[in-house]
Design a protein around this ligand. Structure first.
Ligand code: SUG
Length: 457
């Protein structure tokens, strides 16, 4: 890690494009929105266009915006590995008849939530001066466990220059190393170019004893382990004075906070968080303060202002907190925040009017994703890059007007505007999806990242 501040370092938000099989399958235990919307008819076209509209608005406001492609779904390879044989049509028909929940899982467009794609350490913090990436193993659910192989290939295709970018393998896909990526990781620093402190939030300790110091949630699973977070920090070469490991409050997990980014968001020196985010609130803040070069600016939202239920229902904390050139920050919140009176009041009276850099609230409609528990912050992977690193990115993944327009036309051409769970077995959907992805990988110039392009499968 160098001591210098790098003025040319900026955050690029890489949003996941919603895939053509976006649907509501009720797959995610502990994710209240997913659990309550399973079975609804989805609109994949609207979902993808909502995502693109968010990207365009942020690009036009001056933020750097990247895009990551969706994955190959239905994942027929996964069904074949589970014993379904024969033609694609036969595999789909048998899965639909014998194991409909499996079919739904292999059709999930969940890679859209790129906050779970990987954990990223910017080069300004790493001892070898390279940017480090580890795809999350997402082993806690079957539908998401299918993501890391392709995620790794996509990241390698974009962050191709090995002299600047270091790729690590996903952690062993076993409960002790359960890893959900950047959704449980926050980098805090005076600004993006200052060496930062990494806050890793975990839900349980795999090798602990579950004693009083480490109570576990009772209702819903804790998806991130301390051991996983520690291993990622180790892979990236971070030293003790650069890291803080904090346990998420188990009561928050039981209320539906399945990732830390559903209850807190940090940017620069600001940590916006709900009172119930961390088991040891004071200890966490103190550890951050001890390590940070610039003063931490905690923005605490108490239970009296916003209940845990309202935090989960509105996704207030699943907002994007973005830095502006004048030092102020913009909070990009989902439309649901406007519909909740106590949340909206807190935004106006507590956050905007408070002594903190948040100077603007922007509302974005990402309802299609929200119904599966994915707000604005879930849809993006944050990558802090220097000017030379940005110039070294491969592929055509940084959004400009032309790319936005081509992606919009691509969605309009290929996506359905309704998709019910019973329609997932339609072999035409699988064909449409492959045609769309083949075209997309050429449009984004990322090469053959999909299994069907590599194996002729
Ligand atoms: O892992 N939902 C995702 C939502 C991920 C949100 N990401 C962040 N908080 N960063 C999940 O629970 C639901 C899919 C379905 O039910 O169809 C789902 O996978």
């Amino acid at each position: 890690m160098s001591d210098e501040r790098r003025p040319d370092y900026r955050e690029v938000n890489f949003d996941g494009l919603v895939g053509p099989t976006h649907n509501y399958a009720g797959l995610a235990l502990g994710n209240v929105a997913s659990m309550s919307h399973g079975g609804l008819v989805a609109n994949p076209k609207e979902a993808a266009l909502q995502g693109l509209a968010k990207m365009k608005a942020l690009m036009e406001a001056g933020y750097l915006q990247g895009v990551l492609p969706p994955q190959q779904r239905p994942d027929l390879g996964a069904l074949r590995a589970l014993g379904f044989t024969g033609s694609d049509e036969r595999v789909l028909a048998r899965a639909a008849g014998e194991a409909p929940q499996l079919l739904r899982a292999v059709c999930s467009a969940s890679s859209m939530w790129t906050a779970n794609a990987a954990t990223v350490t910017p080069s300004v913090d790493a001892p070898d001066g390279r940017l480090h990436l580890t795809p999350a193993n997402l082993q806690s659910s079957f539908h998401r466990f299918l993501e890391p192989a392709t995620t790794g290939r996509v990241l390698q295709a974009i962050f191709r220059d090995e002299s600047r970018f270091a790729h690590h393998p996903a952690l062993p896909a076993t409960p002790a190393f359960s890893d959900e990526g950047a959704a449980n990781h926050t980098r805090l620093a005076g600004d993006h170019g200052e060496p930062g402190v990494h806050l890793y939030v975990y839900g349980r300790e795999a090798f602990g004893w579950g004693g009083e110091s480490s109570p576990a949630p009772k209702r819903f699973p804790a998806r991130q382990t301390r051991e996983a977070s520690q291993a990622v920090a180790r892979q990236h070469g971070l030293a003790d004075h650069q890291v803080v490991f904090a346990q998420q409050h188990p009561e928050a997990i039981d209320a539906g906070v399945f990732h830390n980014d559903v209850i807190s968001v940090g940017n620069g020196p600001v940590l916006l968080y709900h009172e119930m985010a961390f088991l040891d609130e004071a200890g966490t803040l103190e550890a951050l303060r001890e390590r940070m070069r610039s003063p931490l600016i905690p923005v605490r939202v108490p239970v009296e202002a916003v209940s845990l239920e309202d935090a989960v229902g509105s996704y207030l904390f699943n907002s994007q907190l973005l830095s502006n050139p004048d030092g102020s920050m913009t909070l990009v919140v989902p439309g649901e925040c406007q519909e909740n009176e106590s949340v909206w009041r807190t935004l106006q009276d507590h956050l905007l009017a408070g002594a903190n850099p948040i100077g603007e609230v922007v509302v974005k409609d990402v309802k299609q994703s929200m119904r599966n528990g994915g707000g604005p912050a879930c849809l993006r992977l944050r990558v802090v890059l220097g000017a030379e690193e940005r110039a070294a990115l491969a592929g055509r993944v940084l959004l400009d007007d032309a790319l936005h327009d081509e992606l919009t036309a691509w969605v309009e051409r290929h996506y359905r505007d309704r998709l019910a769970p019973e329609e997932l077995a339609d072999p035409a959907l699988a064909r449409e999806s492959l045609t769309a992805l083949d075209e997309l990988s050429r449009l984004l110039e990322i090469g053959s990242v999909y299994p069907f392009q590599r194996e002729g499968a």
